[in-house]
Ligand binder design. Structure first.
Ligand code: EPU
Length: 353
C-alpha cells in the first residue's frame, strides 16, 4: 500500500494560489490507489478531499486529512457512423480534450473551449459556456463510492444535471473516475454548431470574414478562446476560480420590479419560467468592478470573477470580499447570490448561507 506524503503545501494545486497544507497527500493514478486511499482514511479516521485542476476550489484552512490529486488521464476515442465517442479519465485536462475533439473533426465541445480544470470536474458542476453545457454530450460517468469502495456507472439522466449543478454536489462521497461523451461528426451535420450567443457569431464573422454558419470547429474554438481571453483572467497570471457566483434565477415579478429602477437589467427568460439574471451585471452596477484591497479584488473586465492580487491571500479573505458583494447585491436588488466554487475548511466542504 502506498504511503501518503506528509504536510504538503496545496498552493500549486488550486488556481487561487492559496497556501494551505494537507496533513497527508497522494496522487491517484488508478483504481487501486483509490482503494488504498480509502483504506488509509478509514485506518486514520481522517477526512479526504479530491483535487482535480483546483480551478473551482476555495481552501480556507490547512486540511487535517488526506488530499488526493487526480492523475488518471487516459483518453480512448472510438469512431461510429453517427459520430465520435470519447472515454476520458478524470485527470485529463478539459481543454486538451476539447482541442483534440476539434482536431478529430468532432462537434459538440467547441463552445466549451478554454474552460480551466480537468475532465472529472465537468459533470460535477455541469460546466457551460455560450449556450452549451456538458450534459448535452455526456452519456455516462464511472463513479467510485468512497464510502463503500464500490464502482458503478451513472447515466446522464441519473446525474440530475441542472445549471452548474448535478447529483455529485449532493453525493460528495462519489468520485468521478471516467466520463463518456458522444460527439457529432461535423461533416455529417450532426450536433450543429451552437451559435445562438450573438457574441460568438459576431466574433466568428470578424475573425474569418465569413458567415458564422460556415465556420469550422477550429474557427468556433478560436472565436471562443478569443472572447474568453479578452475578458476572463488567466489563472496562471492572475489567480482566480472563474465565476465566483452563479447567475441568480428569480421570478418574473421580481425581474419586473428590478427593471422599474434598473431598465437596463440583463435578464434571460427561462423556458421553465422565471428569469436568469446576469450576476456580473448586478455587481458591476454597484461599482465593484476593478475593486482591489488587501490582496483580493474584483476583475477589471468581468465583475463575476474575484481575483487574488496579493501574494499571500487566504481563503477567508476571498470569502470576506464575496460576502460583502453578496450583502450589497441583496441590499440593492433584493437578490441572493449563491457562491459557485466549492468551499473547504480543515475537515471538508462547507456552504455559506
Ligand atoms: N456583464 C456586465 N458587467 C460585468 C460582467 C458581465 O455588465 O462585469 C454583463 C455582460 O455585458 C452580459 C452579461 O452580463 O450582458 C453576461 O455576461 P457574460 O456573457 O460575460 O456571462 P456571465 O453570465 O457573466 C456565464 C458563465 C461563464 C461563461 C459565460 C459565457 C456563470 C456563473 N458563468 O458568465 O462561466 O463563460 O457565461 O457563456 O454561469 C464559470 O462558470 O467560471 C464561467 C466563466
Amino acid at each position: 500500500m502506498i504511503k501518503p506524503q506528509k504536510n504538503v503545501s496545496l498552493k500549486a494545486y488550486n488556481t487561487l494560489g492559496i497556501d494551505v497544507q494537507a496533513a497527508f497527500f497522494m496522487l491517484i493514478n488508478n483504481l487501486q490507489d483509490l482503494h488504498d486511499a480509502r483504506d488509509f482514511c478509514r485506518l486514520q479516521g481522517c477526512p479526504w478531499l479530491l483535487i482535480g485542476g483546483g480551478s473551482n476550489l476555495v481552501l480556507t484552512q490547512d486540511f487535517v486529512g488526506l488530499v488526493m490529486l487526480m492523475a488518471m488521464s487516459k483518453l480512448d476515442w472510438t469512431s461510429h457512423t453517427d459520430g465520435l465517442e470519447v472515454c476520458a479519465e478524470s485527470g485529463c485536462e478539459w481543454d486538451a480534450l476539447v482541442a483534440e475533439s476539434v482536431t478529430r473533426g468532432a462537434s459538440g465541445l467547441e463552445n466549451l473551449s478554454l474552460i480551466p480544470g480537468q475532465v472529472g470536474a465537468a459533470p460535477i458542476q455541469n460546466i457551460g459556456a455560450y449556450g452549451v453545457e456538458v450534459k448535452q454530450s455526456l452519456r455516462w460517468v464511472d463513479v467510485f463510492d468512497f464510502n463503500t469502495g464500490s464502482c458503478f456507472k451513472l447515466t446522464a439522466k441519473a446525474c440530475e444535471f441542472g445549471y452548474r449543478d448535478s447529483i455529485f454536489k449532493r453525493q460528495p462521497h462519489w468520485i468521478v473516475m471516467r466520463v463518456n461523451l458522444q460527439l457529432g461528426h461535423r461533416v455529417a451535420g450532426n450536433k450543429p454548431a451552437q451559435l445562438s450567443y450573438g457574441i460568438i457569431a459576431h466574433t466568428i464573422e470578424s475573425m474569418t470574414g465569413q458567415p458564422p454558419e460556415a465556420a469550422t470547429g477550429q474557427q468556433i474554438r478560436d472565436a471562443v478562446i478569443h472572447i474568453r481571453q479578452s475578458k476572463l483572467p488567466d489563472p496562471k497570471q492572475l489567480p482566480n476560480v472563474g465565476s465566483f457566483f452563479k447567475n441568480p434565477i428569480v421570478s418574473a415579478h421580481q425581474t419586473a420590479k428590478i427593471e422599474q429602477q434598473w431598465p437596463e437589467l440583463v435578464a434571460y427568460k427561462l423556458e421553465e419560467g422565471g428569469f436568469k439574471l446576469a450576476a456580473g451585471w448586478l455587481i458591476d452596477q454597484l461599482g465593484w468592478k476593478g475593486y482591489s484591497q488587501d490582496g483580493v479584488g474584483v476583475h477589471q473586465l468581468q465583475a463575476l470573477v474575484l481575483v487574488a492580487t496579493g501574494a499571500a491571500v487566504t481563503g477567508g479573505e476571498v470569502l470576506a470580499l464575496a460576502q460583502r458583494i453578496q450583502a450589497d447585491v441583496l441590499a440593492r436588488f433584493d437578490v441572493v447570490l449563491d457562491i459557485e466554487p466549492r468551499l473547504f475548511d480543515s475537515r471538508g466542504e462547507f456552504w455559506l448561507s
